[in-house]
Ligand binder design. Structure first.
Ligand code: NAD
Ligand code: UDP
Length: 319
């Protein structure tokens, strides 16, 4: 296939490009570098099967030549209001990437009669009242809070994707991605993995927002990409959760990182850092992915962290 990947210079987009190329596809990457980094694609320079277009997906998209698939991953993704790369500080761009960007990428999929895959998120469940979250749960979302720019844009994106599927018969997929980590995350984007690894590797205390009882379930990037690739090749049009179902409190996670890195500086608790709407519990029910894709994650948290640490050491000049 010849595949357009938007958000290609980001964390997930760049790994996706690598996987698609390794499977023998040809890839057109697109990005405007708002939260991504061209270095994430530097190793593809000179690859005959890869080309790149610098473009904001909120504007009309033109790609020369035939496309067989469009994978829409372009969007700021960090909720951290302390980071310039967090979507709280890029609110209009985030809404435009999720709304106009999804419209434009669906439009190009329609023009080419290409299959389409939307990168959605566990955030569409909001601060969930059902636990773990299955795909049939409608969510508990604040439509006007600071996180709403991301959550509502992704909910709109899902609705628009289903509309194109039902009305225009576009061959669509929706992946609901849960917290994923690994090399090429933006070191300053303020998400918990970059923050904690940076702090631990520098010998600083880890900053827990709140009391650390909130939970997440962390998936290593290679596992996630495997699930997304299987979904792309499947015939499933309804949303599918892809994530690691092992639920961990942020306190346990901080302790694990300090142990793995050997950081003696401990933990400090910071109130009011995240603002409203920090989800209290999050855990994917992946029964659907297991049943229809035969997929489940293989890499445990400790192994994934060990594979991620060398990248952060290099970025921090500690390698
Ligand atoms: P990222 O910030 O590393 O990558 C996003 C990429 O999109 C960046 O390279 C950025 O420059 C690009 N981008 C943003 N707006 C754009 C625009 N208007 N035009 C062109 N390019 C644009 O984040 P990520 O973690 O790789 O996330 C990728 C996708 O996966 C996002 O859609 C995000 O919502 C989704 N997702 C990620 C996670 C996760 O844990 N990493 C979880 C849920 C959903
Ligand atoms: N968090 C934290 N310290 C940090 C960064 C994040 O305690 O330095 C917490 C944050 O409040 C949230 C969890 O870690 O409860 C995961 O945050 P992240 O930004 O990675 O993404 P989210 O899962 O909230 O979308």
């Amino acid at each position: 296939m010849r595949i357009l990947v938007t958000g290609a210079a980001g964390f997930l987009g760049s790994h996706l490009c690598d996987r698609l190329l390794a499977e023998g596809h040809s890839v057109v990457g697109m990005d405007n570098f708002i939260t991504g980094n061209p270095n994430n694609l530097a190793h593809l320079a000179g690859n005959q099967d890869f080309s790149f277009i610098r473009h904001d997906v909120s504007n009309f998209i033109f790609v020369p030549g035939k496309l067989d698939a469009v994978l829409h991953f372009a969007s700021p993704a960090s909720p951290n209001p302390n980071s310039p790369f967090g979507y709280v500080n890029l609110p209009i761009q985030t809404m435009k990437a999720g709304a106009l960007g999804t419209h434009n990428t669906l439009g190009i999929a329609r023009t080419h009669q290409a299959r389409f895959l939307l990168a959605s998120t566990s955030e569409i469940y909001g601060d969930p009242l059902e636990h773990p979250q299955t795909e049939s749960y409608w969510g508990h979302v604040d439509p006007i809070g600071t996180r709403s720019v991301y959550d509502e844009a992704k909910r709109f994106a899902e609705a628009l994707t289903m509309a194109y599927h039902r009305f225009h018969d576009i061959n669509t997929r929706i992946v609901r991605i849960f917290n994923t980590y690994g090399p090429r995350m933006h070191i300053d984007d303020g998400r918990v993995v970059p923050n904690f690894l940076k702090q631990a590797l520098c010998g600083d205390p880890l900053t827990i927002y709140g009391d650390g009882s909130q939970t997440r379930a962390f998936c290593y990037v290679d596992d996630l990409i495997e699930g997304i690739y299987r979904l792309l090749l499947s015939d499933e049009h309804m949303p599918v959760n892809i994530g690691n179902p092992v639920e961990t409190s942020i306190l346990e996670f901080a302790q694990l990182i300090n142990d793995v890195v050997g950081n003696q500086a401990g933990i400090i608790f910071k109130e009011g850092q995240r603002g409203e709407g920090d989800p209290q519990r999050r855990q994917p029910d992946i029964s659907k992915a297991r049943n229809i894709l035969g997929w489940e994650p293989k890499i445990d948290l400790e192994t994934g962290l060990e594979r991620t640490i060398p990248y952060f050491k290099e970025k921090l000049g500690l390698a």
